[in-house]
Design a binder for this molecule. Structure first.
Ligand code: SF4
Ligand code: SF4
Length: 440
């Protein structure tokens, strides 16, 4: 696409990167048919090519963002399905990130939206605040219908409705009682750092507990850093650049101080996708650029790391009863990290019967805080996704990101688990809590 950015504007590295992305676009439109919001609305401006036009016009002419442009950019899930499809290698990810920052710095949202976004940024990235908010929110849940009727408070009502009625029990990592999977039973040989993230521990603690058990049996010492925090994705996708960069710096400093580790493993693919981008995001930061690159290179999604390490033969088919698994590939894993088929292969090798649903490339509508900010689109995408998953007649739905798991579980009607919970079970770990009744 031909661009006419001023030489002065291109002095800014972020604007120059956005311009380079726009210039690569040949307007072929291949991306539109794989864009979830376009599939729903059939509106050009709710597809990637239309959004690229809008962003080009806004950024090139340094225009004040209009409500209409903001609406179309806000409706983008950042699922990156368009990036997987694009034959011209357009870096839509960094382009839309830049547009969000541009909007965040120049556009004044209605008061209800501003307040809600501030609340998200003040609560979700902080583990203790989030746990407290879940407790308070569960008590306020009965008032959600009343809140929904107040103009401007739709997202608040949606948030109350999405708070699980019961909090999941934190499973024991049970490290000492589980037998080693190493053939010679040797003691831990290398350390691996488990990124704890922000909301996963409170909403779906089973994934991290299963990871600790499985990696320990594979001979790794699993450590965590108490000084780390949210990966910064929430603030980043809300266009809050300063808060996001502060989170990145904090994690780079925290993990850099932990010494040599084999990998920084994340069980939330939304986080691992963001963490792998730390090198690029901090590339102009004199103090953090080099260590951020090291961090980004060490990050591995949990399935990626397990595959790298190598699993032995499963302990025996009897350990895992016949179970039909429908696998939902999170966008942050399949598009953000190009790891679509790996979890399926690992699950099949472990003895599970695994199906991918039709249109597996489409987002389920979770997308971080998107399901709270765009509830109608999020619900429509979930409905479509669950219908496709249920056509495979699953006993269980499996995915690799806490956001997808919670969003789908609210309407799934069958248990929704993380891939690593099934792998841990197949290789000698306990039955996941959500399936315990089946094995009893
Ligand atoms: S597929 Fe790529 S090149 Fe074609 S319109 Fe979409 S972003 Fe542009
Ligand atoms: S990131 Fe996803 S929602 Fe956004 S334009 Fe690309 S395909 Fe569409």
């Amino acid at each position: 696409m031909r661009t006419e950015f001023s030489a002065e504007a291109l002095q800014d590295p972020a604007t120059a990167a956005a311009e380079a992305a726009i210039r690569r676009c040949v307007r072929c439109g291949f991306c539109t048919s794989t864009c979830p919001t376009y599939v729903l609305s059939r509106e050009e401006l709710d597809g990637p090519r239309g959004r690229i036009y809008l962003m080009k016009d806004m950024l090139e002419n340094e225009r004040q963002p209009t409500a209409e442009v903001v609406q179309h950019i806000d409706r983008c899930l950042s699922c990156l399905s368009c990036v997987t499809t694009c034959p011209s290698d357009v870096n839509y990810r960094h382009l839309v990130d830049h547009a969000r920052r541009y909007i965040g710095e120049r556009y004044r949202r209605p008061w209800g939206e501003r307040l809600f976004r501030r609340m998200l940024l003040a609560v979700l990235p902080y583990r203790r605040r989030f746990a407290l908010a879940l407790t308070v929110g569960a008590r306020l849940r009965p008032f959600a219908a009343g809140v929904r009727r107040i103009p401007g408070l739709r997202s608040w009502a949606r948030m109350l409705e999405s708070i699980p009625a019961t909090r999941p029990r934190t499973p024991s990592p049970a490290l000492s009682s589980t037998p080693s999977l190493l053939s010679n039973g040797q003691l831990p040989r290398r350390r691996v750092l488990l990124a704890q993230g922000c909301v996963e521990g409170a909403l779906a603690p089973g994934a991290q507990a299963a990871t600790r058990r499985l990696l320990t049996r594979l001979g790794y010492e699993v450590i965590v850093s108490e000084r780390e925090g949210c990966c910064g994705a929430l603030a980043h996708h809300l266009g809050e650049h300063e808060q996001s960069i502060a989170a990145l710096r904090r994690n780079v400093a925290a993990w850099g101080g932990e010494g040599e580790v084999a990998a920084i493993v994340s069980t939330a693919s939304g986080c691992s996708s963001m963490l792998k981008d730390y090198g690029w995001l901090l590339r102009g930061d004199a103090a953090y650029a080099a260590p951020a690159k090291v961090v980004a290179e060490r990050v591995a999604d949990v399935c990626e790391f397990i595959d790298r390490v190598g699993l032995p033969k499963p302990p025996g088919a009897a350990a895992v009863p016949p179970l039909r698994v429908a696998y939902h590939p999170p966008c942050s894993l399949q598009h953000g990290q190009r790891l679509r088929d790996l979890p399926v292969r690992l699950l099949r090798e472990a003895g599970f019967e695994v199906q991918l649903p039709q249109d597996a490339h489409l987002c389920c509508g979770s997308a971080g805080s998107y399901s709270l900010l765009q509830p109608d689109i999020a619900d429509a995408l979930r409905e479509r996704k669950l219908a496709a998953l249920h056509r495979t007649q699953p006993d269980v739905i499996v995915t690799g990101n806490v956001g997808c798991a919670v969003h789908l579980a609210a309407a799934a009607g069958v248990p929704v688990l993380h891939t690593v919970e099934l792998l841990d079970w197949a290789y000698g770990g306990p039955v996941p809590d959500a399936l315990a009744f089946r094995s009893g």
